[in-house]
Design a protein around this ligand. Structure first.
Ligand code: ADP
Ligand code: MG
Length: 403
């Protein structure tokens, strides 16, 4: 990995301007943390109603490759980051070429936005990290169909680019239905992954500074529903009796960040299999939904950590202050549970959520709730893990979210 030539630029101190590409909920929470440290934030997002755009000091409402907007951001900001991996690498490089510190570097973002590059990188890291990717094959052309090993079935076919929240994925039980499944994905470049017997899923987040120092958050145990994160619980219940696994996961995450020469907040999703082995599923070069627990349960949130890393300031403490269970709130909570089509959206009973004194509600200010759209989350704290989990179950019940 090449060294970032903007490594020589200085630190950013409040009240400097920071730039963020993308104004979704991750951008918005990043902006709030940057502002609480006294920074000003310029966000670039083509959506005039973006959650981040409404809270930033400046919203450039333009495409990510709009030269006028990039030029304006470069004139204002001393450091730039991104809230999502699908930002064009050229947008990040625009700033790097102007000696503005960019974290993470576009080389790291490029790995995470392409499942083939990501798996190749995880394979390359495996001797150091001790953890490799899931067995997989590459499907780019008709000719590749015949070369996919029968050992990979049942398989999950995933588009190489632009997949998230389980989108762009199809399960394929047998080799003879692969061509049909690939058709349904528009014959886009894909990876064909072996469907693994998961015991549970965890993710681990590290922050790595420009000087190579690293701070690790405790891994969270994640439950997904329909491919979308549902809850994240910390300490991870399934790791409580397995300190060996927890250590291997944290060590692997640091190895992956170090091998990338990564600067900023990095999340690695892991599968723990029924035989106890660990697989690295994917990496996210940014704060992650499964790290939202850090906002209320850790000394330093993942968003503040991202601010510190890009500003080249010292990293904060990642210590967990309380057991916590995070519940995602999707747009479904605005509609009746039986999903009557055409029903109008009804604002959930927030007062009931807030009646739980240890429930910390975060809403993203999105204009229209839609089923499957991430609208907010609740961090449920507890004196014990059990208490946090119970609070989470109670809040889910109040919101009509099935346990
Ligand atoms: P996304 O980019 O949408 O998050 P992921 O690759 O993380 O896509 O897949 C979403 C979820 O689907 C995972 O968290 C896991 O629950 C399940 N899944 C994905 N790949 C596999 C696999 N190879 N074997 C078993 N389950 C999988
Ligand atoms: Mg994932």
């Amino acid at each position: 990995m090449s060294t970032n030539p903007s490594q020589s630029v200085g630190i950013s101190k409040p009240p400097a301007w920071l730039g963020i590409l993308g104004g979704g909920q991750l951008g918005r929470m990043f902006i709030h943390e940057a502002q609480s440290l006294g920074f000003k934030v310029c966000v670039l997002d083509p959506d005039p109603l973006s959650p981040g755009g409404s809270v930033a000091e400046k919203h450039l409402c333009a495409d990510y490759l709009d030269v006028a907007a990039l030029t304006e951001m470069a004139g204002l900001c001393s450091a730039v980051s991104t809230e999502f991996e699908n930002v064009p690498a050229r947008a990040l490089d625009f700033f790097k070429e102007r000696a503005i510190f960019v974290a993470p570097d576009s080389s790291c973002v490029s790995i995470a936005q392409d499942r083939i590059a990501e798996k190749a990188f995880l394979t390359q890291c495996a001797p150091l990290s001790g953890v490799g990717p899931v067995p997989y094959g590459i499907l780019k052309t008709e000719a590749d169909l015949a070369s996919i090993s029968p050992d990979l079935f049942p398989a999950i076919v995933k588009t190489v680019r632009l997949g998230y929240d389980g989108k762009g994925q199809v399960t394929v039980m047998t080799p003879d239905t692969l061509a049909q499944a690939w058709d349904s994905l528009g014959k886009a470049a894909c990876v064909v992954e072996k469907r693994m017997p998961l015991a549970f899923e965890v993710s681990a987040i590290v922050a790595r500074a420009h000087d190579g120092s690293v701070q690790s958050y405790p891994p969270s145990e994640n439950i997904h529903r329909n491919g979308i994160l549902h809850t994240s619980t910390v300490p991870a219940p399934s790791l409580e009796q397995r300190p060996d696994l927890l250590q291997r996961i944290q060590k692997a995450t640091i190895a992956i960040a170090t091998e990338m020469q990564y600067v900023g907040v990095l999340c690695v999703e892991y599968f723990v299999l029924t035989d106890g082995s660990i697989i690295a599923n994917e990496v996210a070069p940014r704060p992650h939904n499964s790290g939202h627990f850090t906002m209320d349960a850790c000394v330093t949130s993942q968003f503040q950590q991202q601010v510190r890393a890009m500003a080249r300031l010292p990293l904060g403490d990642t210590r967990l202050l309380s057991p916590v269970a995070m519940l995602n709130i999707l747009g479904d909570a605005w509609f009746s549970p039986d999903g009557v089509s055409g029903a109008s959206a009804t604002e959930p009973a927030w007062e009931e959520v807030l009646s739980h004194s240890n429930a910390k509600l975060h809403l993203y200010g999105k204009a229209s709730p839609l089923p499957g759209r991430k609208m907010g989350h609740v961090n449920c704290l507890g004196q014990s893990l059990l208490e946090a989990q119970q609070a989470c179950a109670d809040v889910a019940h109040d919101l009509g979210i099935a346990p």
